[in-house]
Design a protein around this ligand. Sequence first.
Ligand code: GLP
Length: 251
Amino acid sequence: MLRIYQEADYAAMSRRAAHVIAAEVIRRPNCVLGLATGSTPVGTYQQLTAWNQQGDLSFREVRTVNLDEYKGLAPTHDQSYRYFMQTNLFDHIDIDPAATNVPDGLAADPDAECARYDALVASLGYADLQLLGLGRNGHIGFNEPCDRFVKETHVVDLTESTIEANARFFASRDDVPRQALTMGIGCIMAARRILLIASGDDKAEALYNAFCGPITPACPASILQLHGDVVVVGDKAALSKLTAAGVSVCG
Ligand code: GLP
């Protein structure tokens, strides 16, 4: 089933997405949450933090698996995804730090690290709920457009468009890592439920291609058409091409 929530703006999108995650945590306090980075989930994490600090939501028993990490960045690097998760969520909530997992970008043997990460996610029984952002080119995690869907966690060469899009977070374009470790499509699709969030008109085309276009590794998010339980939460701008095509939305 695909359910699409259309929200007025980024704040409303963030609140709705936080509700979907909170519902999972309340229903299953020891659930496995698959988490994402990027600017899109920041507001969602702020809302979850607020509910946690107000005593409305506890993450004490929650386990987490993040999608990806830049190859070569230390966990303490302010652009690493481990650092992002600490500063945007984990440091502010009651989660057990030992229950949070992000691929190790500094692993001496990145392929071995990918295999370890796959085995770890499998040992947790895969995510109960996997949060996803969306790249402007349709990437999910760091599964970039290519000629096949890569199932396993793997080392990926980032595309020029992703390097360009992510350069805003670095001092210069040259500082953006060229490679990343990313959960593969297999792990993502093994999640019981997917929550994809998108904001802004620069995501409209990717979102349209993901759900109305052909299922193709040229738009990695299009694989989600084959998943049985997907919730999309987007603002009006991000959903504009889907709604113009007559796709029905709630909210
Ligand atoms: C990065 C991340 C993705 C994220 C995407 C979109 O490349 N690896 O997980 O979804 O960018 O980022 P943003 O939310 O900043 O647009």
